[in-house]
Design a protein around this ligand. Sequence first.
Ligand SMILES: [Zn+2]
Length: 215
Amino acid sequence: MMPGLAAFDMDGTLIQGRLVFALADRFGLSGRVTEIQSSGMPGHEQTKAIAALFEGLTKKDVQDAIESIPLVKNCEQAIAKLKENGCKIGIISDSYTVAAGSVADRLQLDFVAANELEIIGNKITGKVGMPLGWEQIGCFCKISVCKRYHLEKFAHKFGVPIENTLAIGDTKSDICMVQRAGVGIAFMPKDAEIAKATNKIIRDSDLLKVLEFAA
Ligand SMILES: [Zn+2]
């Protein structure tokens, strides 16, 4: 099936790293990020706590961090192949719009959903606007950006039946969209949960492999 719409996770799927870690590394905040991520708090509360750590940094700090992370191998080629077939392509990420938007611009994608860092006078305030979505559809994920909700939203917007969508991600935060999409792929799975969520798994760090599931 050549998909009519493809939703990509960003961190670890389109890019070879995680924006939050790259940003935290630059400012000596990695320990505190790890602490929050192992706290057992619901995902959306972790997102708030992590955003608060970045108070006082600038938009440029985030842009420099995202630009320091290379794209995954054959990212541009895979996107080009999907585009050739008229596929709408976007990013659904629980990272930040300022980062996901810059990757989407670079790849000339059609849509982005991510968290919105509040930036006033070029400074990050530490507040974050979270799109959520799980509370509207009863999704189990309870993370800052329910990927299933946004997959359904963009499929509806572009008039693509959900059976004709493709979703790809690398962690448990992607499970709800990977299970909902017509073709759901785990890419270089980083946890056991996402690897168990689908039988379509790519274990080479090469995005052209996605086309094997979309031919
Ligand atoms: Zn969800």
